[in-house]
Design a protein around this ligand. Structure first.
Ligand code: PMP
Length: 391
């Protein structure tokens, strides 16, 4: 009985391969410093977990509307209105099972088979899978590390065909840790108007901008053009609760809500209750996590920058790109050797796009000590120079 070809055509990320290798190494009794996964290392704050428990105990365990409970949609709308400075209502919000589902259903809602979507290189690998699963064609656009991982708009212009419908952007960025200025965002949004595109702005790291305020695409463009995606996973350290959202014009929200039905029926009821408590409760937990991510980024910079290995200083999220071009290994070989010889797990650059093939991504969502020790080992490994390809 054959398995459908869409499965073999799916490009899965190299991060999970490293995770599996690291787990295997640990099983063999060797310790591993984990810098491969983009997952907050903090537990979900207690008052949020409690709200989830309470919801379950009180019988809030049934299906909810497709788009989520109204009170959570309104809470997300209020949060987004405050952070973006534009009025958004619950009708502009659909709650989904994680931002990853928000992304997929958005693409399912706005593109026809064969439509093109501009996708950042380097960028989060799931953008490619989501576009392809929705029947679209990926058109990668390069981000320039020497310009804060920004795009050249003239080059971008040459990539816009009549079939191009949308551009994906992601600031603060996974994998680069880059953020965006208001000036740059305004230029991009003018470009988007001129070329009649939609912007899908993935803002899941919106709470982790180290200097100044987060720049949301929603704040600076006509709401007709912007679809914002975010969620609770990163902001409140809730990756396993699987709760995200789409914020967009009502027509898109109605389409996405309709698509939820055959795929999930609705997001988890107890997770929705927990996230409502997260959004409406004290935000000092978010500030504490942000301070930790900033401190860890500084630790990584202090070790990698003097050695000339940091591609660009991270200004947000919890990632940095490390230059491995003097190693003679491709990024896949490099992360395998790094794991075996130094006990450090990192993600291969290639998995984020062709332009990142001479780099690795480190996640600084690990303890201060692990970030320090992991970066030192990477530096020492790279100082060996041309590592022969013996792996
Ligand atoms: N976008 C980016 C850029 C991410 O890094 C991630 C998670 N790694 C997501 C979206 C998905 O988040 P969620 O857990 O809400 O599905």
């Amino acid at each position: 009985m054959p398995i459908a070809s869409r499965v073999s055509q799916l490009h899965l990320s190299g991060i999970r391969t490293v995770m599996a290798l690291a787990a295997e190494r640990q099983k063999r009794g060797f310790p591993v410093i984990h810098m491969e996964v983009g997952q907050p290392d903090f537990p979900t704050p207690a008052h949020i977990t409690e709200a989830g428990f309470a919801a379950a105990r009180n019988g809030f365990t049934g299906y909810t509307p497709n788009a989520g409970v109204q009170s959570l949609r309104d809470s997300v709308a209020a949060r987004v209105s405050t952070s973006s400075g534009i009025g958004v209502s619950g009708a502009n919000v659909c709650i989904t099972s994680g931002a990853v589902m928000a992304l997929y259903l958005t693409l399912m809602a706005i593109i026809e088979p064969g439509d093109e979507v501009l996708v950042p290189d380097p960028g989060w690998p799931n953008y490619i899978s989501a576009v392809e699963m929705a029947g679209g064609t990926v058109v990668p656009y390069k981000l320039d590390p020497s310009d804060g991982y920004w795009m050249d708009l003239d080059t971008l212009s040459s990539k816009v065909s009549p079939r191009c419908r949308a551009i994906m952007i992601n600031y603060p960025s996974n994998p680069t840790g880059a953020t965006v200025s208001v000036e740059k965002m305004l230029k991009l949004l003018k470009f988007v108007e001129d070329h009649n595109l939609q912007v899908i702005s993935d803002e899941v790291y919106e709470d982790f901008v180290f200097e100044g305020a987060h720049v949301s695409a929603l704040s600076h463009a006509s709401r007709e053009r912007v679809i914002m995606i975010s969620g609770a996973s990163k902001s409140y350290s809730m990756t396993g609760w699987r709760l995200g959202w789409v914020v967009a014009r009502e027509e898109v929200i109605q389409a996405v809500s309709k698509l939820v039905e055959p795929i999930a029926s609705c997001p988890s009821s107890v997770a929705q209750a927990a996230v409502e408590a997260a959004i409406n409760g004290p935000q000092d937990c978010v500030a504490e996590m942000k301070a930790a991510y900033k401190r860890r980024a500084e630790i990584a910079v202090s070790i990698l920058e003097p050695a000339g290995l940091l591609i660009s200083k991270p200004t947000g999220a919890f990632y940095a790109m490390v230059d491995i071009s003097n190693s003679n290994l491709n990024s896949d070989q490099f992360v395998r050797r790094l794991l075996e010889e130094k006990g450090v797990a990192a993600a291969p650059g290639e998995t984020f796009g062709h332009s990142a093939r001479s780099s690795i991504r480190i996640s600084t969502a690990a303890s201060d000590d692990d970030v320090r020790e992991g970066c030192k080992r990477i530096r020492d490994f790279l100082s060996l120079g041309n590592l022969a390809d013996t792996a």
